[in-house]
Design a binder for this molecule. Structure first.
Ligand code: HEC
Ligand code: HEC
Ligand code: HEC
Ligand code: HEC
Ligand code: HEC
Length: 205
């Protein structure tokens, strides 16, 4: 009897292969297929080349020239199309993106409908002044290298919630370093480490 019990527990190589194939298959579904179904890719209205416009590029602007704090301390966010007029009143280069900028948005006097990767749900209150001015944090700490990129990466929207993919992150296993996401726990973890108030109303209106 005991002999036979042992026989039963022994796995044949075929069993192990089935296990491995199953594992790979379900991992693939979890990491590749599910995101492809959940997220919809939405185009940006234009490409924006941060490297070219920044301090080391041809336009030679600083971050603060375009992303300033208003006199009341609030953050101005993405610059309005009027601020591009200084250089783009007429088409100066060869690229289709610049042509579209001048013809559609500058001459058409229309705001550019940029999609904000870091955008939080409407119920969340976030203050740039608290983090940048009071806590002295760098933009890269939350936005990575966005300020020095040449091409805008695809914007992905969660089909269920309508929120940006950046909130829950691109690496759904969460092992990327830095994690490149900004969900509630990520805000709260840093707040805990820094002794910031933790009540719900601090981050929710
Ligand atoms: C200080 C001058 C300056 C300002 C201000 C400026 N740009 Fe530019 N921009 C440039 C230069 C120089 C180029 C390179 C010329 C070229 O070949 O198109 C350029 C190129 C571009 C291009 C085409 C390059 C590409 O990536 O396809 C776009 C689009 C563009 N700018 C958007 C903007 C927007 C939007 C603003 C306002 C938020 C802005 N620029 C403000 C100087 C400026
Ligand atoms: C000439 C103006 C200009 C300058 C200079 C500039 N930006 Fe921007 N920035 C923009 C525009 C236009 C957008 C919207 C398009 C985009 O997302 O890149 C933007 C968007 C951003 C975003 C938003 C990302 C999101 O979540 O959607 C960040 C972060 C940012 N800029 C950081 C920087 C940093 C850091 C610097 C300095 C190294 C900088 N920018 C310099 C015009 C500028
Ligand atoms: C503590 C993290 C953090 C830091 C530091 C930070 N940001 Fe942001 N940023 C965010 C979040 C979160 C949002 C989305 C806010 C929302 O949707 O209410 C955002 C949104 C933006 C936007 C989109 C416009 C808007 O207001 O919605 C721009 C542009 C931007 N940040 C630029 C910058 C720049 C430039 C710096 C450095 C001076 C910076 N950020 C520093 C977290 C941060
Ligand atoms: C890497 C660290 C870090 C991250 C990430 C972070 N914060 Fe903060 N936050 C701070 C610090 C430090 C302060 C305190 C700043 C000061 O001294 O006023 C603060 C302050 C605040 C305040 C003002 C608090 C008060 O008591 O008035 C709000 C609101 C806030 N954060 C919201 C958020 C939200 C929402 C997120 C995520 C989207 C976030 N923060 C992510 C570090 C962080
Ligand atoms: C440190 C900032 C912070 C604090 C404190 C905080 N939240 Fe949040 N909360 C967020 C952010 C950022 C999101 C959006 C990202 C996400 O869903 O993880 C969020 C999302 C949520 C959502 C989902 C809303 C939606 O539209 O998807 C609920 C519900 C919520 N919070 C409830 C609470 C409650 C209840 C508390 C108090 C126990 C609390 N939160 C405290 C930052 C915070």
């Amino acid at each position: 009897m005991t002999e036979q019990g042992h026989e039963h527990k022994r796995r044949s190589p075929a069993d192990w292969w089935l296990f491995v194939v199953g594992l790979v298959l379900f991992s693939a579904i979890g990491w590749v297929v599910t995101p492809a179904i959940i997220y919809a890719e939405k185009p940006q209205p234009l490409n924006f080349n941060h490297k070219l416009h920044g301090p080391d590029g041809d336009a030679g602007k600083s971050c603060e020239d375009c992303h300033s704090f208003r006199d009341d301390g609030s953050f101005a966010g993405i610059p309005r199309v009027e601020s591009c007029l200084e250089c783009h009143e007429e088409v100066m280069g060869e690229t289709p993106d610049e042509k579209k900028l001048v013809e559609v948005y500058i001459k058409g006097k229309k705001p550019i409908p940029w999609r904000v990767y870091a955008k939080q749900p409407p119920c969340v209150y976030f203050s740039h002044a608290a983090h940048v001015k009071n806590a002295g944090m760098e933009c890269t700490e939350c936005h990575g290298d966005h300020g020095t990129t040449e091409k805008l990466r695809p914007y992905q929207e969660n089909r269920l919630t309508g929120y940006s993919r950046d909130i829950w992150g691109w690496a759904i296993h969460g092992w990327a370093d830095p994690p490149e996401r900004m969900k509630m726990d990520d805000c709260a973890d840093c707040h805990r480490e820094n002794g910031v108030r933790e009540a719900c109303f601090v981050c929710h209106k």
